[in-house]
Design a protein around this ligand. Structure first.
Ligand code: SAH
Length: 415
């Protein structure tokens, strides 16, 4: 229930448990931790900037309210004086840009995340850069509601960085901006600049074509950049040691891992259920100077195809598995873990002796230890593989220390 606030600001009263979690730096206040909401409007408080107070009315910080979501408040600032306005947002964007300018100072990488939501203390707001195009993705109605006001200066800041087009993906309202349709009926708004779709970017000097309109997420999986490079290094190391490097890349999408492996000298089999994914992969292969005809592209369901490959006795020296999330919510977790075990066993079945098994998961509900357990001897039905390394997100995807939900990516290398 929303009551009229005594002061000219919406107040959210949180339980002692909610207050403790917030003090420790967790950026979400769940609906179950909200004791009371007092709004200056007395109604529809979606997207209101609110003051968060304890049950003893201590001022804990400020946030953005979404009364109908399980995450009732996203916390933007801690302490009695915390406020949220265009200036605060501008300062956070500037801080985020300083980090990226440092990370990518060599100019070899032109596709990276500028704003990583909670991790850059801009909850719900993701902004990815693809050379001179930026793509905005806003998570949750509340962030979208508050966005126009706090993002007033964004255009100027981005133009100063050399960005000439800003796209807004998953926009729910058409607004005044020019709009056009894209895959799966999702709408895209152009916030400024000319319309764009295919953008030429480089990742550690390797060229890729990214479709910012039809591509998944904001166009590409930027979170796997360092892991793609690691796959290249792994292939290089094998070849230098005089060992073979036949690579199977499962769930290959636009061919990120495949290109790094092929450039390092591997022969690559890329498998994806979507034929269109191979078309974009092959465009990027050519751009990188690799002949697609020297490699294999298979359109099939990975599970069924792996069973068939095992029957035919095919093996690979490096098997990479990077499937879509199997656990969209906490309830789906047991099923997801079972699916990872099945998949990893099938990967191990086609792994050549002394091969490398590379397994990734982007399910935030399955943590690193639970994921590692889907790669143990019992899961793989063999007892010769050890876990060499486990990686996660790259530095342009920062997270808050007390926000494990943000660290969704797991990337395990076994041999
Ligand atoms: N590894 C990729 C990202 C993978 S995204 C990268 O580094 O960029 C997941 C991919 O899995 C999508 O391209 C999707 O088409 C594919 N996919 C989903 N279900 C599949 C299945 N059952 N078999 C094979 N591919 C599947």
């Amino acid at each position: 229930m929303i009551r009229t606030a005594p002061e000219d600001v919406t107040q959210v009263v949180v339980s002692p448990k909610g207050a403790e979690s917030m003090r420790r730096g967790h950026p979400w206040i769940f609906r179950s931790a909200v004791l009371d909401t007092c709004s200056m409007h007395g109604h529809d408080a979606l997207g209101s900037i609110c003051r968060i107070v304890s049950d003893k009315r201590e001022r804990l910080g400020c946030g953005v309210l979404d009364p109908s979501s399980p995450i009732a408040v996203r916390v933007w600032g801690l302490g009695p004086d915390a406020t949220l306005n265009a200036e605060v947002f501008r300062a956070r964007v500037e801080r985020a840009l300083v980090l990226r300018r440092t990370l990518f100072a060599d100019g070899d990488t032109t596709a990276y995340r500028i704003l990583n939501g909670e991790g850059d203390r801009v909850p719900g707001i993701v902004l990815d850069r693809y050379a001179d195009v930026a793509v905005l993705k806003i998570d949750g109605d509340a962030a979208r509601h508050v966005a126009p006001e706090i993002m007033r200066h964004l255009e100027g800041v981005l133009r100063d960085e050399g960005i000439t087009t800003l796209l807004d993906r998953h926009a729910s309202r058409a607004g005044n901006a020019q709009s056009f349709g894209c895959a799966k009926d999702k709408r895209i708004e152009i916030r400024f600049g000319p319309a764009r779709d295919k953008v030429h970017v480089t990742e550690h000097g390797v060229p890729f074509l990214v479709d910012v309109v039809r591509g998944q997420k904001t166009g590409a999986f930027l979170d796997q950049r360092e892991n793609r490079r690691r796959v290249g290094e792994l292939v290089t190391a094998r070849l230098r040691a005089g060992r073979s490097a036949r690579v199977l890349n499962l769930f290959s999408y636009a061919g990120g891992f495949s290109i790094r492996a092929a450039l390092a000298g591997a022969t690559v089999t890329s498998l994806d259920i979507a034929a269109q994914a191979h078309a974009s992969a092959q465009e990027s292969f050519k751009l990188a100077g690799i002949a697609p005809s020297k490699h294999e592209f298979i359109t099939a369901d990975a599970f069924a195809w792996l069973a068939d490959a095992k029957r035919r006795g095919r093996t690979w020296d490096v098997v990479i598995s990077d499937p879509p999330s199997f656990a969209p919510n906490e309830r789906a977790k047991p099923k997801a873990i079972a699916a990872y075990r099945t998949l990893h066993r099938a990967c191990a079945d086609v792994l050549a002796p002394h091969g490398h098994l590379v397994a990734a998961s982007c399910s935030s509900h399955v943590d690193a230890e639970e994921f590692a357990a889907t790669l143990n001897d019992a899961a793989l039905l063999r007892s010769d593989l050890s876990l060499l390394e486990m990686f996660g997100l790259p530095a342009d995807h920062p997270t808050l220390p007390n926000f494990p939900e943000g660290r969704y990516l797991k990337f395990a290398v076994l041999t």
